[in-house]
Design a binder for this molecule. Sequence first.
Ligand code: AHR
Length: 495
Amino acid sequence: RAAEATLTLHGDQTGPVISPEIYGHFAEHLGRCIYEGIWVGPDSDIPNTRGMRNDVLHALQALDIPVLRWPGGCFADEYHWRDGIGPREKRPAMINTHWGGVVESNHFGTHEFMDLVELLDTEAYISGNVGSGTVQEMMEWVEYLTSDADSPIANQRRANGRDRAWKVRYFGVGNESWGCGGSMTPEYYSDLFRRYNTFVKNYDRANPIYRIACGASGTDYHWTETLMGKVGHRMDGLSLHWYTLPTGNWSDKGSATVFAEDQWFSTLRQTLRMDEIVTQHSAIMDAHDPDKKIGLIVDEWGTWYDVEPGTGPGFLYQQNTLRDAIVAGLNFHIFHAHADRIHMANIAQMINVLQAMILTDGPRMLRTPTYHVFEMFKVHQGATVVPLELDPPDYTHGDASIPAVSASASRRDDGTLHLSLVNTDPHHAQTVSCTLDGVTATTVRGRILTAPSMHTHNTFDAPDTVVPVAFTGASLDGNTLTVALPAMSVVMLSL
Ligand code: AHR
């Protein structure tokens, strides 16, 4: 039986632009994200471009990735960039203490990352080392990357095979400095940010670097208050990390694929907390920065489950089901609703780690349901929010409820309007009756991502089990759009 949702689209009103960077990614030296996931080396049997596997590159290129964060994460604050330049066979190895204690070869370093950035036609977001690195080390990395001067450091880059400086749009001054990045207080970190940031120079004056300070974990509002007060407009962006744990409990996260409706429901309810958390951080930022010049950068988000049985606990390898697709859709809708403050968001992580786009197994790879949401939603990148009012029915489980329907709309420069819809209810279809105010539409086309069960996922033997297909459940009658939204689905409509 279908429940009813009503929705009014205000096509005659204009909201903020959705920063393309909200669709950003994150690749850390963690588990099999970099090694195996992207980097196989030029001598691999797996077809590759200068060491990066072609199947993965091809899949990622289709997402129009706007920005890629690297090298961590916790890894960033123990990474010393000089170990990752020069001839690969001469690079010193190191221990990746955070992630499995494995030996890191440093074969994927600055040149390889910037090559990847260019192959993906994306922007670089580099996380600098504040926790265990010096100001000089950070300063010289920025010079190595971005200076065209005839200086010893820029000439070292040239000697290593790159003549022109690269463009680095975003630079993070430390990661999780309250935890793995140095266990600092916000007061101490604020002073360190001011010091390190002073030496992040704009060698390329035409492309000034957007500086991102380490922000809060979840509901740590004191961190945001302190940073806004002590650092203020010295930073361009302040980060926020909020992961979706099915129970909110780190010691019992649950399986990615084997779960009951309790965990389906609690996962979605946890992920919807992103709205409340962003709202509260934004309110603090508004008090210091009413013109919203400083961006909130949600540079780690996504689901975090127990690792797949038989895989290393420090590798954070998890499968990805229809539940993850719903989580992605809900988060994007929240980010759009806060597009005036959120300048960027980076899902954790791109390949083989946490809520990944792509999983690999030797020469095989698959696109996850989350990948398909990123692909379906890319039309929202850079588009202008079309305000809407939604009155959704509840999806009730036990004695708790969440909205059964979530929606977001945007208009592209060519006038095309996109409406994305998510049905969180695994049992009931929803009929969405949509009044189009100030929208002239004559046709509606759509695609849907859904599956027979909450647990459905893509495997290496059946990689296209969950894929978007044409959606025929939307019809137009004058200024009324009616959508028959199947249970547990993500739909993208073009008008
Ligand atoms: O994404 C995995 C880890 O989660 C990151 O390295 C760290 O920043 C966060 O705690």
